[in-house]
Design a protein around this ligand. Structure first.
Ligand SMILES: Cc1cc2nc3c(=O)[nH]c(=O)nc-3n(C[C@H](O)[C@H](O)[C@H](O)COP(=O)(O)OP(=O)(O)OC[C@H]3O[C@@H](n4cnc5c(N)ncnc54)[C@H](O)[C@@H]3O)c2cc1C
Length: 413
């Protein structure tokens, strides 16, 4: 099939060697091998993983480990796992609630650059060519694409954009195919290095989540890693001032060591779908497509999954405009969940700004259905459609509304 649809000798050029790009490359190679064929797969990666920082917190959510093992026969090395995350603590104004992970499906904290390096090395072992260089432009022709980079030019049958939210690549695809990048939130990240005595039970191995009532901040989180705590603040136009204010909140401060934090790092993550993320001889995957959970990430998981879907589309249907619709269809579930995710975000935002999480937390302590809904919202372990349309979750609304409206009233006085 691949022989007829995808000119295998020209192969596929992938821009970006993160989980989206590598997920795609490994699937292309695997499918070709299963069919007794070979296909040229080239990954362009501009960063040297390890030298360059990645602001991602490196929390691998279930079922990423299973996906890597089942789809690619890859096992995350034990030495890479810095911490097993036991769950979340969600904070209201005065209340807090512990939302425990299923112990059989824990999240794992790793150093993100180590994961990227591991995955890229595995790709090389399976015959993927990795070009350590930045792509500068892409041309689309009826029978091929031309990829320009700092290391020269490559002609390919199709290009897969796995470049995250790179501004240069966004501008290139906008100009060439009318792509518009996904809407996004900004993040500011810093780290605290506590004394060694804190490390065995750092933050009780829980991720601590806050919805601070600052106008431009959507959420803050404290994440225990191997030898440090990663702090993320997400919102719009957030600056170091918001971060300093967040760090000085008493409920945040009491979780942190007295000594100061490291540098700040800026990042972004998508909160909605990109426009024209598929078309004639191109498919965009991972963050570049905006095909992520719009409220709580799991970005690594969805990058690998969309990368895999892009590869299946190219191998089974080829690189044409028409074939790219198969990719869209394969991503339908994620696309359908976008609207529900946005609704969940809006509800959280309204609660944060005009009401209080406290009544919800108090009710969740008594009501397993609501507690489960909160856990799924915070962890991203279930589609938002399932959370928001679940009858057991909806049943608590009549009891909650008066409390929420009461806090709304108080907060406006
Ligand atoms: C603060 C923060 C914390 C996060 N924490 C988590 C978490 O704990 N768990 C989780 O699952 N997700 C997390 N995410 C989301 C996650 O990082 C992304 O969703 C995921 O990395 C997307 O993968 P990707 O392959 O699409 O893109 P990326 O991982 O961004 O990879 C894109 C790659 O493309 C390369 N590239 C870009 N332009 C070019 C070019 N012109 N030429 C060559 N190479 C290029 C880049 O160097 C990069 O390596 C977090 C995001 C942020 C901002």
């Amino acid at each position: 099939m691949a022989k007829d649809t995808l000119e295998r000798e020209k192969g596929v050029a992938i821009i970006g060697g993160g989980p989206g790009g590598v997920g795609c490359a490994l699937t292309l190679k695997g499918l070709a091998r299963d069919r007794g064929q070979d296909i040229r797969v080239v990954i362009y990666e501009g960063k040297r993983f390890g030298e360059h920082y990645n602001q991602c917190a490196g929390v691998l959510s279930h079922p990423l480990e299973e996906i890597l093992e089942r789809e690619f026969g890859l096992k995350i090395p034990d030495a890479m796992i810095q911490r097993v995350i036991q769950g979340y603590v969600l904070y209201g104004e005065k209340e807090e609630i512990v939302l425990e992970e299923d112990p059989t499906k824990p999240s794992l904290a790793v150093q993100r650059v180590e994961l990227d390096r591991f995955l890229l090395n595995e790709a090389v072992k399976r015959g993927v060519e990795v070009i350590q260089s930045r792509v500068t432009d892409v041309e689309f022709h009826p029978h091929e694409v031309v990829v320009y980079s700092w290391s020269g030019t490559c002609r390919a049958s199709a290009v897969v954009g796995a470049f995250g939210l790179s501004k240069a690549m966004t501008a290139c695809f906008s100009r060439r195919v009318g792509y518009a990048p996904p809407p996004h939130l900004e993040t500011l990240v810093t780290k605290f290095y506590p004394p060694p005595s804190w490390l065995p039970n750092l933050l009780e191995n829980m991720i601590h989540v806050f919805l601070p009532p600052f106008p431009r901040t959507e959420f803050g989180a404290l994440i225990p890693k191997g030898d440090h705590i990663t702090i993320i603040l997400a919102g719009w136009n957030i600056t170091t001032n918001e971060m300093e204010t967040f760090l000085s909140l008493p409920k945040v401060k009491r979780l942190l060591p007295p000594k100061g934090h490291s540098d700040f790092f800026k990042g972004r993550f998508p909160t909605g779908l990109a426009k024209r993320f598929y078309g004639h001889r191109y498919l965009l995957v991972g963050d570049a497509s905006g095909l992520v959970r719009p409220f709580k990430g799991k970005g690594i998981n969805t990058a690998v999954i969309t990368g895999k879907s892009a590869a299946i589309t190219l191998m089974n249907h080829g690189p044409s405009q028409e074939a790219s619709l198969h990719y869209r269809d394969m991503c339908k579930e994620l696309m359908e969940d976008m609207i529900y995710g946005r609704l969940a975000r809006t509800l959280a935002s309204l609660t944060r700004r005009y009401s209080s999480l406290d009544p919800i937390i108090r009710e969740a302590k008594r009501n397993e259905g609501l507690k489960e809904a909160l856990f799924f919202c915070v962890s991203g372990h279930a589609p938002y459609k399932k959370i928001l349309r679940n009858k057991a979750h909806l049943k608590v609304l009549p009891r909650l509304l008066p409390h929420l409206l009461g806090s709304f009233h108080l907060s406006r006085q």
